[in-house]
Design a protein around this ligand. Structure first.
Ligand code: BG6
Length: 482
């Protein structure tokens, strides 16, 4: 369904996120017919460019980041007609009047802050001060939203000085991923799972986000963050919330976010003995795959490129069911999944050797090959008596839904359109972000106070050895990363 015409201003328009994600996402929605030709996409950055120069840059971004099937020359030219540019100095006075002149009254407008968080305050103040924004304007802010509770609070306060909470869209791109939204559909649109979705029937949950890439050119940012700040405080926490939350009374922004907030507040402090951190080692003889400390150019770095942790949620539903989280770079495969392992039936009527008596496992694959897999026990075919075997009920969205399932939109496409439609359900509320930092801060403070060093792990492995122990000592096993 096409949206009404809108004006969107992308601050930091010439930067990496804008050219890699935001501009290609806007083009794809235009190609899909969702963005009307009357929409305006206004790039704003310090770079001295004219509109033609920015259109050329946008054309290159589309060529590099949009698949061939959607790169239709006519559509690209039509899209570029919507694109404009104005050089703006975020901390000065240049460009603001010109920007104001481009914003049409009576049309939905949104301002995407794709800039360093240190500039959020300057942008908010100037947009407001120059009378560019109204009570209906929306601002979109990227992660990292602070690096601890104090800085997140300060950021929230800065934005709140000029905008209401209903105008602020804090992006966590994991919430825009199709399968992540599917978590809510699976849980709340089926009767099948929810009655079993608690500590009486669920033995444990594993959430894995494994990457094969290293930190690449982002070393200086990454080394100040580590995997805890970069992935756990936001993306993994959001996944955990969607798995663990109570059913909201309606699929409505505040109803959903209220339930997520309750989960975060119920998280128990994680003991240091429940955490394993690692740093990847270089691949010998391969100068392109250096070790973590070489990548971040800090031989003494104590930041982690891998983290595994056991998390407990202290509430009625989850008391006694641990959630094991792990994420890391340079691992064996790029795979993100959530696995819910159910308890065994209370009694076996079959005379089976113990080891064939296995649990039901529901796996939700976030990427690649988005889909679901439910492991169930059946009888092994043949006359040899009642032998049990575990088989998968496997569904790939691409196969089940045909073309629609294969053409899964990028998270940014969904999220940007939600901003235009004014739907905050898939964006983090200020109190959620603060609660997540309030849980994360003491954990980080703990290892910093002791000066802990992450353990080295081989590139292309499943992470440090000790991470295996985290599960073994509970009589459980990580699923294979493959
Ligand atoms: C980003 C992190 O937020 O998410 C990166 O900063 C990480 O370090 C990325 O690589 C992973 O996102 P995706 O969509 O590729 O799983």
């Amino acid at each position: 369904i096409p949206v009404d015409p809108f004006d969107v201003v992308v601050f930091g328009a010439t930067g990496d996120l804008s050219t890699r994600k935001i501009l290609p996402a806007l083009y794809r929605r235009f190609f899909a017919g969702q963005i009307p030709p009357e929409a305006r996409i206004i790039g704003a950055a310090r770079t001295e460019l004219d509109a033609e120069g920015f259109r050329a840059l946008t054309r290159t971004a589309i060529a590099e980041h949009v698949g061939a099937a959607k790169r239709d020359p006519e559509q690209i030219e039509a899209f570029l007609q919507c694109v404009d540019y104005v050089p703006v100095d975020a901390t000065g006075t240049t460009g603001w009047q010109e920007l104001k002149a481009l914003i049409r009254p009576g049309v939905v407008n949104a301002f995407y802050f794709s800039v360093a968080p240190s500039l959020f305050g300057d942008l908010a103040e100037r947009l407001h001060g120059h009378g560019i924004t109204t009570d209906d304007s929306r601002i979109v802010v990227e992660k990292p939203f602070g690096r601890d509770l104090a800085s997140a609070r300060a950021l929230n306060a800065t934005l709140a000085a000029h905008f209401d909470e209903h105008q602020i869209y804090r992006i966590d791109h994991y919430l825009g991923k199709e399968t992540v939204q599917n978590l809510m559909a699976v849980r709340f649109a089926n009767i099948l799972f929810e009655p079993l979705w608690n500590s009486q029937y669920v033995d444990h949950v594993q959430i894995t986000v494994a990457e094969t890439v290293g930190v690449g050119g982002r070393g200086s940012y990454y080394d100040r963050s580590g995997a805890m700040r970069d992935m756990v405080q936001n993306h993994m926490m959001q996944l955990l919330c969607l798995i663990a939350m109570e059913p909201p009374y309606h699929f409505d922004p505040d109803a959903v976010r209220d339930e997520k907030l309750k989960v975060i507040r119920a998280l128990q402090p994680a003991a240091q003995s429940d955490i394993v951190r690692g740093q990847y080692l270089p691949v010998k003889g391969d100068p392109a795959r250096r070790g973590y400390v070489e990548d971040v150019e800090n031989p003494d770095s104590r930041s982690e490129s891998y983290i595994a942790l056991k998390v407990q949620i202290a509430n009625w539903r989850w008391q006694g069911t641990p959630f094991y989280l792990r994420t890391g770079k340079r691992l064996r495969a790029r795979t993100s999944e959530i696995a819910i392992t159910f308890k065994q039936p209370p009694h076996s009527i079959f005379d089976e050797a113990d080891d064939s008596w296995r649990e039901n496992v529901l796996v939700i694959r976030l990427q690649p090959n988005e889909g679901m897999n439910l492991k169930v026990m059946i009888k092994e075919p043949g006359p040899g008596g009642m032998r049990l075997v575990q088989v998968p009920l496997d569904m790939s969205f691409a196969e089940a839904l045909g073309e629609e399932g294969a053409d899964i939109p990028d998270a940014y496409e969904r999220l940007i359109m939600d901003v235009i439609r004014g739907n905050q359900t898939l964006f983090m509320r200020g109190d959620e972000v603060e609660a997540a930092w309030a849980w994360t801060d003491p954990i980080i403070a703990g290892w910093e106070a002791r000066g802990d060093r992450p353990q080295p792990y081989d590139s292309g492995s499943s992470g440090p050895e000790d991470a295996l122990m985290l599960m073994h000592r509970d009589g459980r096993r990580w699923r294979e990363i493959r």
